[in-house]
Design a protein around this ligand. Structure first.
Ligand SMILES: N[C@@H](CCC(=O)N[C@@H](CS)C(=O)NCC(=O)O)C(=O)O
Length: 213
């Protein structure tokens, strides 16, 4: 049965999964639109599938998995033959260790301040949740500056965050990194030449260009 992806093309976490499908060359899937603006993610029929009421959700012939990063890893393992470097297999334990380390770096040191910059400066005023709090924006910028200085050390020795191959750990940065870039993130990135080069290279991948609207 064809894979079903519940999500919305405009939604960042759905884009993370769409970019992964594109990296894997998987085109045989159905995108079932759940409209966030209509709060469809909170409808009982959707909550029965995804109890947190969030996008995206993957249905693989009745097997359900949610959390965008978990979906991406599931897909990378399911279609491992199509792209063996997107996520190293357990057969290469050291590459796998570096990969998990890089995934944890993204979630621990990038996601929160990058998403926070976008939320504080764009989502909050746009959705009527209140005015941008400049103190919070500055906290996120300080945190990104500290953390990207460490990225710079890592990326001065290797092409990507988990080694010399592009992996899901790099891809995970794209949705919120690209949203936050024009909202003061790019200025921080530009202080670190290896980070700036890496961020440019990962955005230029066809998989990403196909996945954003
Ligand atoms: N950690 C989750 C976050 C999911 C998430 O927050 N999705 C957003 C769309 S990008 C959503 O569904 N927001 C609607 C809501 O929270 O009601 C993931 O990576 O899948």
């Amino acid at each position: 049965m064809v894979l079903k992806l519940y999500g919305m093309r405009e939604a960042t976490c759905t884009q993370r999964v769409l970019a992964t499908l594109a990296e894997l060359g998987v085109t045989d899937f159905e995108l079932i639109k759940i409209n966030l603006y209509e709060q469809e993610q909170k409808q009982p029929s959707y909550l029965a599938l995804q109890p947190w009421g969030k996008l995206p959700l993957l249905d693989d012939d009745g097997y359900l998995v949610y959390e965008s990063r978990a979906i991406c890893k599931y897909l990378a393992l399911k279609f491992h033959e199509k792209n063996k470097t997107l996520m190293p297999s357990l057969d290469d334990l050291k590459a796998y260790g570096q990969f998990e380390q890089a995934c944890s770096i993204e979630l621990s040191y990038f996601e929160v301040p990058a998403f926070g910059l976008w939320f504080e400066q764009f989502i909050k005023p746009m959705r009527g949740f209140g005015a941008t709090d400049e103190a919070i924006v500055n906290q996120h910028l300080t945190s990104l500056d500290t953390n990207l200085a460490v990225y710079e050390k890592i990326l001065s020795k290797q092409k990507y965050l988990a080694g010399d191959e592009f992996t899901l750990a790099d891809l995970y940065h794209l949705p919120h990194g690209v949203k936050a870039a024009p909202l003061k993130l790019q200025a921080v990135i530009d202080k670190y030449p290896h980070v700036a080069d890496w961020f440019q290279r990962i955005q230029e991948r066809d998989s990403w260009k196909q996945s954003v609207v």
